[in-house]
Design a protein around this ligand. Structure first.
Ligand SMILES: C[S@@+](CC[C@H](N)C(=O)[O-])C[C@H]1O[C@@H](n2cnc3c(N)ncnc32)[C@H](O)[C@@H]1O
Length: 286
């Protein structure tokens, strides 16, 4: 039976660790949200840190969420629609991992399950047990992260998964696997769009753009900037995160855009010294 909102005991949080995840920046992003808005769009969803924050704050908020990574989008819909079977499958992974973590990890990494439940439990299992909790694929789209060093990883975070499932069951939330441009045709005056695309590389950061087997190029960024201007002319509230790079500042140089430089620590960098002291940009039109 579907759970109702009022039965949620735990505040839902991202169920995967995702490169570029915004959990630590939620307080500052929250200060930069408009006071009120219509539909909330998040077309580079990833772990959905801001989505869960907004949904926790505003029960019943209308949302259109999407990402180009089909495994990730499948995980959202499987959690929403088939939570009991998913939890059973994750418990099975947990049991086998406890017997021999290394050989089990690599056997699952090499596997290519067909069913939606097994695909999603594989994604969550690998995310919980791989090095740095990173999702990264090679040019053929194959997950290629080695085993992480965890003594007791939390493979089945059942309470959170159930809270996520419950909140996603609202008929006011649509979930799609599409390119960012394709999902904003209906965005209208007063709606809020938060863009958190793969970042343009800066000299200080590693070039991490492998969320899918297609990299996010400079042409994609210019396509995004043009879309932002279109949305601005429609009267939408546009908020965008990106790296503190000259390329980005130049593309958003028009006085439509208010740019704030914010401090951000990177949770995903193999060198822990490089995780602090980074800045990034928050760009908005309101
Ligand atoms: C920086 S991450 C988003 C992180 C997210 N805000 C969070 O809190 O976890 C960027 C996301 O954009 C997705 N992506 C890459 N290219 C895309 C495209 N052309 N259209 C839509 N999504 C895309 C990636 O799959 C990735 O999940």
């Amino acid at each position: 039976m579907k759970q109702q909102y009022d039965q949620i005991l735990v505040t839902p949080k991202p169920f995967v660790k995702w490169a570029g995840g915004k959990r630590q920046l939620i307080p500052i992003i929250n200060q930069n949200l408009p006071e009120s808005f219509g539909t909330y769009y998040e077309p580079f969803l990833g772990g959905g840190a801001l989505l869960f924050h907004i949904l926790t704050d505003k029960n019943g908020q209308k949302c259109s969420i999407s990402d180009l990574n089909s495994d990730l989008v499948l995980a959202y819909t499987t959690i929403r629609d088939r939570i009991d079977s998913l939890i059973a499958s994750l418990k099975n992974h947990e049991k086998n991992y406890q017997k021999n973590s290394e050989s089990y990890y690599y056997s699952i990494r090499e596997s290519n399950p067909r069913s939606e439940i097994e695909k999603t439990s594989r994604l969550i299992f690998l995310n919980r047990t791989c090095f740095n909790g990173l999702y990264r694929v090679n040019s053929k789209g194959k997950f290629n992260v080695p085993l992480g060093k965890y003594s007791n990883p939390n493979i089945v975070n059942e309470e959170n998964l159930r809270a996520v499932s419950s909140i996603l069951q609202s008929s006011r939330i649509s979930i799609k696997c599409r390119d960012f441009e394709a999902v904003l045709r209906d965005a209208k005056k007063g709606d809020l769009i938060y863009f958190d695309p793969p970042y343009q590389p800066t000299s200080a950061t590693a070039n991490f753009t492998s969320y899918t087997n297609k990299d996010f190029t400079y042409d994609d960024l210019t396509r995004l900037a043009e879309l932002c201007l279109k949305l601005d002319s429609r009267g939408c509230n546009v908020l965008l995160s990106n790296s503190d790079s000259k390329e980005v500042a130049d593309i958003f140089a028009k006085n439509t855009w208010k740019i704030t430089r914010i401090e951000a620590n990177r949770s995903i960098n193999s060198n822990s010294k490089k995780r602090t002291g980074h800045f990034e940009l928050l760009i908005k039109n309101y």
